[in-house]
Design a protein around this ligand. Structure first.
Ligand code: HEC
Ligand code: HEC
Ligand code: HEC
Ligand code: HEC
Ligand code: HEC
Length: 179
């Protein structure tokens, strides 16, 4: 099967599973893919196959609280010059998704990515401190390069945060993590 056929098959299974679960359980972050995005941007294609560094796109992750997600201009930095003769770029599925990106750029419109990880407002999380402490992205986010759609793989709830702080002699007073 092509990977697209696999995706369609998985999609069909997810729809059926979803119907069976209606009225029920919040399962999406535990199983299957993350949320559908406005453009089917794939970390498999960018981070893994094309070996683009995480920090190239998530620019503030080593210096700030937020990792940041690239603005359309940052996408176009590459997509303005990516040759249409690239066989993968002319693949109809890729072509259609890249056309969406080009439309956002032409209309000067930001892309409304669906957030995958969301902390409540009263919680303070700072990426930079964790990267400086030596943790890899994968410690908290898993192997994102292998995900067609990013999903959350670690609970990152209070118990999880505090347990890791204890193990690493990091502060555990309430005001470190709460505003
Ligand atoms: C070419 C740019 C690009 C590269 C390279 C890239 N990302 Fe992303 N990343 C994005 C975009 C765009 C999104 C938002 C859409 C989505 O969730 O797929 C995103 C989303 C994410 C999210 C989910 C954010 C949320 O909403 O919670 C995580 C986690 C993430 N990336 C980690 C990584 C890691 C780890 C790497 C390196 C292995 C990486 N990214 C490489 C562009 C990139
Ligand atoms: C550093 C260069 C680079 C950046 C930055 C980049 N791309 Fe790409 N992108 C590529 C390349 C190269 C391909 C072609 C894939 C191949 O040939 O394997 C591609 C393919 C794609 C595709 C088709 C495959 C897929 O993932 O669905 C989409 C859609 C896409 N890019 C969207 C984006 C978006 C949206 C951004 C910004 C968030 C972005 N790209 C940023 C290099 C880049
Ligand atoms: C110690 C755990 C941890 C590590 C290590 C970590 N993250 Fe995160 N990441 C989080 C948490 C928690 C959130 C949710 C933050 C929020 O909602 O305020 C998050 C959110 C994100 C987001 C969503 C958007 C944003 O701006 O915050 C992206 C993108 C992201 N991480 C990328 C990365 C990348 C790339 C790396 C590696 C360079 C990385 N993260 C390392 C825990 C981690
Ligand atoms: C994998 C282990 C690990 C996980 C998981 C983790 N932390 Fe941390 N965190 C650390 C370590 C180690 C430090 C201390 C870094 C240093 O010494 O500056 C730290 C530092 C911090 C700081 C201090 C930043 C500053 O101002 O210097 C905050 C805030 C924080 N973590 C919040 C969180 C929250 C919220 C979560 C859960 C969503 C979390 N952490 C999950 C290991 C972790
Ligand atoms: C290392 C980070 C960290 C520390 C230290 C921490 N918390 Fe939290 N706390 C979180 C995170 C992340 C959440 C949100 C996720 C969750 O509800 O588990 C949270 C959620 C909460 C909530 C909301 C629970 C709910 O059901 O909505 C309360 C109340 C709370 N914390 C109180 C405290 C108190 C009191 C302390 C000090 C004894 C403390 N926290 C220390 C990370 C932390």
């Amino acid at each position: 099967m092509t990977s697209r056929a696999v995706r369609l098959t998985i999609g069909a299974v997810v729809v059926v599973a979803g119907l069976l679960l209606i009225g029920g359980v919040a399962w999406a972050s535990q199983a299957g893919d993350g949320p559908e995005q406005p453009i089917a941007f794939m970390h498999t294609v960018h981070a893994e196959q094309n070996d683009i560094d995480c920090v190239f796109c998530h620019r503030t992750v080593e210096t700030g609280a937020e990792a940041s997600v690239p603005a359309v201009e940052q996408c176009m930095f590459c997509h303005n010059v990516i040759n249409d003769e690239n066989p993968k770029v002319t693949d109809p599925f890729y072509r259609a998704e890249i056309a969406k990106l080009e439309a956002y750029a032409e209309n000067n419109e930001p892309i409304d990515w669906v957030r995958v990880h969301v902390m409540p407002d009263h919680v303070r999380f700072v990426h930079a401190a964790h990267i400086k402490a030596g943790f890899e992205c994968a410690t908290c986010h898993g192997d994102v390069g292998s995900m067609e759609r990013v999903k959350q793989v670690r609970s990152l709830n209070m118990g999880d945060c505090v347990a890791c702080h204890r193990e690493n002699d990091a502060p555990t007073d309430c005001t470190i993590c709460h505003r």
